[in-house]
Design a protein around this ligand. Structure first.
Ligand code: 5GP
Length: 256
């Protein structure tokens, strides 16, 4: 690890300079934070599981024509990705009321929304990633109108696809957060899906029992966090068995 230049270290991931210009290595840590990093823990195996789950989702989204930063998984904790300039927005898509939407609008957690709702937050930890309106995005130049339209269109397509993917394995996709970046191309740039999609950034409930299989287990001190992530990975077919954390199975299939 020491041989590489660290470009950025976030709460759950590290970005290193990649092997070729225009690439980065995205390393998934076991660290978990909540309440804007006031609550911290290390969850054994989380990075490995998120690497696998996010790989599967990025590959599948690529197959349906969503442009992403993902190139390939390198090993248990790392992916090779395209270097993009991150658009400073957290794009949230909701199907069922939960979290800040329930608190802000007084809608009971678990209530199905009349249609998917896309929200924007400004990516600014110092301000707790505040909810913003499209007006703010345009007025402050965080993204152009065309980019926002593209982001909303892609987010709704991603939501459609992921709802189907998770329904197929008995999971309700309550909501999720995604990020986009600008990838340089010949005549300008292309907006692509970046970062990760994993139980860290989605709310995933078992369809039969409503059991939470995502980071809310950590945020709300529900326990068995890694077991829940393992369950998601197993149902998606990226883990062969349901032991926690059955990392040997993953390790045996790894290149590096
Ligand atoms: P809420 O606004 O209700 O807290 O979160 C909505 C959805 O976005 C949830 O699935 C939550 O996990 C995700 N989300 C919101 N902010 C963040 C963040 O800063 N990091 C991550 N990983 N996910 C987030």
């Amino acid at each position: 690890m020491g041989r590489r230049n660290k470009i950025y270290e976030g709460k759950a991931k590290i970005l290193y300079e990649g092997p070729r210009a225009g690439t980065l290595v995205q390393y998934f840590k076991d660290d978990a934070t909540a309440s804007n990093a006031q609550k911290k823990a290390t969850l054994d195996g989380k990075g490995v599981l998120n690497n696998r789950i996010s790989e599967l989702i990025m590959v599948r989204l690529g197959e349906i024509g969503i442009p992403t930063h993902f190139i390939r998984r390198l090993n248990m904790r790392e992916q090779l990705v395209r270097q993009v300039r991150i658009i400073p927005l957290e794009v949230i898509c909701r199907n069922v009321a939960a979290g800040t939407m329930s608190r802000r609008l007084g809608i009971k957690e678990g209530e199905k929304l009349p249609r998917p709702i896309v929200e924007f937050c400004l990516k600014r930890d110092g301000l707790d990633d505040p909810l913003i309106a499209e007006e703010h995005i345009h007025a402050f130049g965080w993204a152009s109108q065309a980019e926002v339209d593209e982001i909303i269109g892609m987010t709704l397509r991603i939501n459609d696809y992921l709802q189907g993917l998770f329904t197929g394995v008995g999971i309700r996709l309550v909501d999720f957060k995604i990020e986009f970046g600008r990838l340089p191309v010949d005549d300008g740039h292309q907006v692509v899906l970046a970062d990760e999609i994993s139980p860290d950034s989605c709310r995933l409930w078992d369809r039969e029992t409503d059991r939470k299989l995502d980071k809310d287990r950590f945020r709300q001190d529900l326990g068995d966090v890694a077991e829940a992530y393992t369950e998601v990975a197993r149902r998606l077919g990226v883990l062969k068995e349901n032991k926690h954390p059955n990392l040997a199975v993953i390790a045996n299939n790894d290149e590096g």
